[in-house]
Design a binder for this molecule. Structure first.
Ligand SMILES: CCOC(=O)Nc1nc2cc3nc(NC)[nH]c3cc2c(=O)[nH]1
Length: 372
């Protein structure tokens, strides 16, 4: 068995659950937040710092690594774990979403996708088989099926077409997948249409994947619509397998997703907003670049016990960011990742000890009470 998942504790009054994901590179306690390491690095963080922060599993992007440095180099280097010196679990996406959102798409048909590289304009073709081969070469612990994620809003016909393709491409990925030490997860599409979500889930669960992602969300739809889709989509997935909500998210969305039964999350938010000088704190967002922090000698988050909050002030980090000093980026990123990973640890404890709903309510009351 390349991957095994066990539910350790279920919440009484919500769908939240604590689980354990066993992978070839180690065990992952869920619910888990996965830092995004698009180009084989979580921007501005070393693997040792990620371990210090408590990161259990990271995500890397197939589309990017295929274009640069190329799957062959990473394979020759001994695979992605060795190449980037990260000896814990790695999940790679299939490249589908990236092609749609980054490359200038030349053509998409039932065979696959022809696109021009966003780096040098060269022409490429990605198919379910190719996306699977690349992920086998990278050697991630969890690979994702090559899917079609429609934009939002999208017509019923557009979404239906994407569901059909995603299901047929999922079969082709399964057919092409040959690595015993790598799990392949299916991705449920269907946009915001209940019958299409039901159809996509039925077709994918029939293929008996070891885990399932809920795709096609966090693509610009209102949050309440995302939550509505989760409410009727999560129950369609096998309770004994991990459920992964892609591209989510903010602290409130993480809490809501856990409440609705999601086990795995990824989002560029903590690293991306750090680059804009925004820190996540227990009482809301702190835009530490603002002049109001020039003489603020408090830590980013007075309630945080991370390395950054124990040793640096808002005034110093603001100075670094204003001066475009690399350390400013690093410190803000370190804290933001720690904040989200710590939040997931608190959520796991709250579920284990039976006070998750109370924890979620108290956290949200504090977090959204003000833009600090
Ligand atoms: C992470 C694995 O994903 C894939 O291989 N395909 C895929 N990726 C997505 C990434 C997304 N990020 C967001 N919001 C930031 N929404 C996403 C949806 C998908 C998706 O449907 N399909």
């Amino acid at each position: 068995m390349t991957i095994a998942f066990e539910v350790i504790k279920e919440c009484k009054d919500t769908r939240a659950r604590v689980g354990r994901l066993y992978t070839p590179h180690g065990v992952v306690d869920t619910p888990v937040f996965m830092p995004v390491g698009t180009q084989a690095t979580v921007k501005a963080m070393s693997p040792e710092e990620l371990e210090e922060i408590g990161a259990q599993i990271i995500l890397s992007n197939t589309y990017h690594l295929y274009l640069r440095p190329g799957a062959e180099i990473i394979k020759e280097a001994g695979g992605l774990h060795r190449f980037m010196h990260w000896n814990h679990p790695i999940l790679t996406d299939s490249g589908g979403f990236q092609v749609f959102s980054l490359a200038d798409l030349r053509q998409i048909n039932d065979e696959g996708v022809t696109f021009r590289s966003h780096i040098d304009g060269s022409s490429h073709f990605l198919s379910p088989e190719k996306a699977t081969e690349i992920q086998m070469a990278l050697g991630s612990d969890i690979a994702m099926c090559f899917d079609e994620c429609p934009p939002y809003p999208a017509s019923y016909e557009q979404v239906e077409k994407a569901v059909k393709r995603t299901s047929s491409w999922a079969e082709r990925c399964l057919e092409a997948h040959r690595r015993e030490d790598q799990a392949l997860f299916g991705i449920v599409q269907g946009g915001v249409f209940r019958d299409l979500r039901e159809r996509s889930a039925a077709e994918l669960t029939a293929l008996d994947f070891p885990g399932y992602a809920i795709g096609g969300l966090s693509v610009g739809e209102p949050k309440r619509l995302m939550y509505e889709v989760l409410d009727y989509t999560v129950p369609l997935l096998p309770a004994s397998k991990p459920r992964y909500l892609m591209g989510v998210g903010t602290p409130d969305a993480l809490l809501e997703g856990v409440k609705k039964g999601v086990d795995m999350f990824d989002c560029v938010l903590p690293t991306r907003v750090a680059r804009n000088g925004l820190a996540l704190t227990s009482s809301g967002k702190v835009v530490v670049r603002n002049a109001r922090y020039a003489r603020d000698y408090e830590p980013l988050d007075p309630e945080c016990d991370c390395y950054v909050c124990r040793n640096y002030t808002r005034a110093y980090i603001r100075h670094l960011l204003k001066a475009n000093e690399i350390l400013g980026l690093r410190l803000t990123t370190y804290h933001n990742l720690y904040f989200l990973i710590r939040l997931m640890a608190k959520i796991r404890t709250a579920v284990m000890e039976g006070y998750f709903l109370k924890f979620a309510e108290e956290f949200m009351a504090k977090y959204l009470e003000k833009e600090v």
